[in-house]
Design a protein around this ligand. Structure first.
Ligand SMILES: Cc1cc2nc3c(=O)[nH]c(=O)nc-3n(C[C@H](O)[C@H](O)[C@H](O)COP(=O)(O)O)c2cc1C
Length: 203
């Protein structure tokens, strides 16, 4: 019993990937609710749970949000990334920025309510929910990507979604069925990022 549960968890966590191409199949509300329930089980400072989820299914609304991502990509994002990303990743990110939000049937805009808790802990209280959300989507076989490009136009995003001033958009996460398998993630070996007792004393 104790081995089965953890294996499932580690299978999910060690294979979670950014998915930027989606097929056209619908995603049931019941799956979105499962994903959001996982998201709301994240930790937050003082357990204040300042996250707010805008689940955008409406085609016109998704297109508006997608336009902001595309605009951010085309007005500096692509140029900034061109020399930093591998050609393979660049192609994928380009596809995601241009078409990802349109292809995925659901876009979740993750926000933080600035009236809840300290300003300083707002992002650190909201982003764990994003991670839970991404993992839950993966566990259900769904693709998702954490993106922040559209938040460059936070005011316009707020207008599209009728957000009050205190609710700040922090991430835009398309969710849908992956068009193709993503393969294992590429990550640095632990020895490059972990230290024992003191910095530079390798793990
Ligand atoms: C804070 C943050 C912002 C990100 N913004 C974007 C984005 O705007 N567009 C995008 O395609 N991916 C974005 N990503 C996804 C990363 O590119 C991806 O998680 C990372 O490259 C690992 O790729 P993998 O999941 O394929 O292993 C973002 C991830 C994080 C954590």
């Amino acid at each position: 019993m104790t081995t089965e549960q953890p294996r499932e968890f580690f299978d999910v966590v060690l294979n979670q990937r950014a998915c930027r191409s989606f097929d056209q199949r619908e995603v049931d509300d019941s799956l979105i609710e499962q994903i959001l329930t996982a998201a709301t089980h994240a930790p937050s400072a003082e357990n204040l749970q300042p996250w707010v989820f805008l689940v955008v299914r409406d085609d016109a609304q998704r297109a508006r949000v997608g336009d902001l991502t595309r605009r951010a990509w085309n007005s500096g994002g692509r140029e900034h990334s061109a020399s930093r990303l591998s050609p393979e990743m660049m192609k994928d990110v380009d596809q995601g920025a241009e078409f990802g939000t349109q292809e995925a049937p659901v876009t979740i805009v993750l926000c933080g309510d600035a009236t809840i808790g300290l300003d300083m802990t707002l992002p650190s209280s909201v982003f764990p929910a994003a991670q839970n959300l991404l993992l839950a989507a993966s566990a259900l076989g769904l693709g998702s990507t954490m993106t922040t490009l559209a938040t460059m136009f936070a005011q316009e995003l707020s207008t599209i979604l009728d957000l009050p001033d205190s609710v700040r958009p922090m991430a835009v996460i398309p969710i849908g069925w992956p068009k193709r398998p993503l393969g294992p993630p590429k990550r640095l070996p632990l020895s490059e990022r972990a230290h024992r007792d003191r910095y530079n004393n390798p793990w």
